[in-house]
Ligand binder design. Structure first.
Ligand SMILES: [Zn+2]
Length: 442
């Protein structure tokens, strides 16, 4: 909840030419409600504006509060205060509360203020209002509390929770084992993690969940998850009922991209393509700080497109668990690289070992790594031709291969349909924490 507090000698608000609220000496407060706000935030804002010492004492120093001087209060609802003004040239109101919640919390705020203050006047929620004031000084403050953000990374083997403050600082992080093959037990474990975090930190939080797979917009149920017990489950609805709050849910790769786009390696970039090159290959797209999902909930799922500009020996390509052959994932995942190396050389090595041996001058490993770089360059050139992102961030185990960041951009220009390529390829900033942090930013 945000309050823009102005010290006034008089103020009034009109609706359709008629004065609906009017005060003498006191505070005019424009009140903005954000989507994760609750009554506790409203109480905090009220305490602040009643106790904040903004009126002069006998010696002219700001030493007296509204309560001290018995001043008036004019409260005017103002949803535009919730706009995110950091990016773009037009305000985005995606963090503002829905009108129902906004009206409810504004009413709560007014009722709480009336219990504490002799004279409280108000504007009208949702109306076209004309506000007049004489700002005395001028003296203006902005006060606000954002709920802390809780993010949960739901994995097949572990469930992790993180709490972030408004600036993205980590307040808490915990990890537990995922109950085996038991959907309802998993929900209980998530709820217990949330309750324990809130009890420990003494505050409520908004909640985002990163999952394998994605929510079907048509059915509200999870699909494409490699943890098959979650598939077909209305996980968002179930968690909202269990935890009594809105719950945002998105794919792990989307969470990774969001985390890096908000305050990680791609901070400030308009369009971000976040790629996970791990045991699988997934990707998420973030535009102006928002995850792009799409009607099928699969935006960015590029791991199951075919390897582009294939050479004859790359066709039809290895079989993929999705039922197709030659998917990008079968070439660019860690296990894919290992399998192809074995097919070429007959030697069975893990991806990490191949990279290490290439560094030591092993020519067959060097050759496999160069082939990997070439395939990654082709695959990303394909993405650049369609999406033209400002930044591509790599995550997952294969993102630790430092030479990718020089060698891949050095050759992707061969396939990008442009005279020059200004796209940046960068390594993630938050490593394993990106998924859970991104869930918190949802
Ligand atoms: Zn596939």
């Amino acid at each position: 909840m945000i309050g823009l507090i102005q010290r006034v000698s008089e103020a009034s608000v009109k609706v359709e030419g008629r004065i609906v609220g009017q005060i003498a000496r006191g505070l005019l407060v424009l009140v903005g409600v954000e989507k994760h706000d609750d009554q506790a935030n409203a109480q905090r804002l009220l305490e602040r504006l009643l106790g904040y010492r903004v009126f002069p004492d006998e010696s002219g120093k700001m030493n007296l509060s509204l309560a001290d001087i018995g001043g008036d209060l004019l409260l005017v609802p103002q949803f535009t205060l919730a706009a995110d003004t950091r990016k773009g040239t037009r305000p985005s109101f995606s963090s503002a509360a829905a009108p129902e919640l906004g009206a409810e919390l504004f009413e709560y705020f007014v009722a709480a203020a009336r219990e504490r203050c002799a004279r409280v006047e108000t504007g009208v929620f949702g109306a076209d209002m004309k506000v007049s004031l004489v700002n005395d000084g001028p003296v203006t403050f902005c006060a606000g509390w954002k709920a802390m953000r809780l993010g949960v990374d739901l994995g097949g083997t572990k469930i992790e929770i993180v709490a972030l403050d408004d600036a993205g600082k980590q307040l808490l992080r915990r990890r537990v084992v995922t109950p085996k093959d038991n959907y309802h037990k998993t929900l209980q474990v998530i709820a217990a993690l949330v309750h324990a975090a809130e009890a420990e930190l003494g505050q409520h939080g908004s909640l985002g969940i990163g999952t394998p797979g994605s929510l079907s917009r048509a059915t509200g149920r999870l699909k494409n998850s490699n943890s098959v017990v979650f598939n077909g489950q209305p996980i968002q609805q179930d968690l909202e009922a269990l935890l009594q709050r809105p719950v945002q849910i998105s794919n792990n790769a989307n969470c990774f991209a969001l985390s890096e786009a908000v305050d990680g390696a791609a901070a400030g970039a308009e369009v971000v393509f976040g790629v996970i090159l791990g045991t699988g290959v997934g990707a998420g797209i973030v535009v102006n700080g928002h995850v792009l999902t799409g009607p099928n909930g699969i935006a960015g799922e590029w791991g199951h497109n075919p390897l582009p500009w294939p050479e004859a020996h790359e066709l039809p390509g290895p079989s993929c668990y999705c039922g197709k052959q030659g998917c990008v994932e079968t070439f660019l995942s860690g296990s894919g690289m290992a399998k192809l190396h074995q097919m070429e050389t007959g030697i069975s090595l893990g991806a990490e070992e191949i990279v290490a041996r290439a560094e030591q001058g092993d020519t067959t490993c060097e050759s496999s790594l160069q082939t990997f770089e070439n395939r990654l360059a082709r695959s990303l050139a394909h993405v650049i031709n369609i999406l033209d992102p400002d930044v591509i961030v790599l995550g997952g185990g294969m993102s630790n291969i430092e030479r990718l960041y020089a060698n891949v951009p050095a050759q992707w220009g061969r396939w990008v349909f442009s005279d020059r390529v200004d796209t940046k390829l960068v390594k993630n900033q938050y490593g394993d924490s990106s998924g859970v942090r991104g869930a918190a930013w949802l």
